[in-house]
Design a protein around this ligand. Structure first.
Ligand SMILES: Nc1ncnc2c1ncn2[C@@H]1O[C@H](COP(=O)(O)OP(=O)(O)OP(=O)(O)O)[C@@H](O)[C@H]1O
Length: 136
């Protein structure tokens, strides 16, 4: 964990948890607030047991750290404390496309075009990065 810049300090010195937002493959995600700056964050808390294979979670952290793009959730930092890994990132309060669909129904063609363009910008960014990695 040291290798990828994970802190061993207490995350609760930096963040207060607001409430649980959801859960994914690795654990629960909380809305949180940076105590010093008041900036909102989303924090994924992963329970680590001795002997767990942490390769894929390390890859997720490394990937987030490297991907700095306006359309990719920004990485704020990670903490490893008392068998839990806290991954802190930009909070996206607008909900998912599925959430929007449930509220407003199917997107209009112009809205779909917008989402496709923004998503493709990320795709191009990621492809370019891969090409740089291959060449160097
Ligand atoms: N940066 C974020 N801002 C706001 N909500 C988030 C953020 N990241 C995750 N969430 C919420 O937490 C839920 C779980 O996210 P998580 O990334 O753990 O899993 P997932 O992407 O849904 O699935 P998987 O773990 O299989 O990739 C999401 O469905 C979403 O509701």
């Amino acid at each position: 964990m040291d290798r990828i810049g994970v802190s061993f300090l207490d995350p609760l010195d930096d963040y207060e948890l607001v409430h649980r937002i959801g859960c994914g493959t690795y654990g629960d995600v909380f809305k949180a607030r940076n105590i010093r700056t008041s900036e909102l964050a989303a924090i994924k808390i992963v329970k680590l047991d001795p002997g767990d294979d942490i390769t894929s979670i390390q890859q997720e952290i490394t990937m987030m750290k490297e991907c700095k793009h306006k359309n990719i959730v920004a990485y704020f930092g990670s903490y490893h404390r008392n068998t839990k890994l806290w991954i802190c990132m930009e909070y996206c309060g607008g909900g998912s496309l599925q959430d929007i669909y449930h509220v407003t129904g199917p997107l209009k063609e112009k809205q779909i075009a917008y989402v496709c363009r923004e998503t493709l910008q990320v795709r191009i960014f990621l492809c370019e990065r891969q090409l740089v990695a291959v060449a160097s």
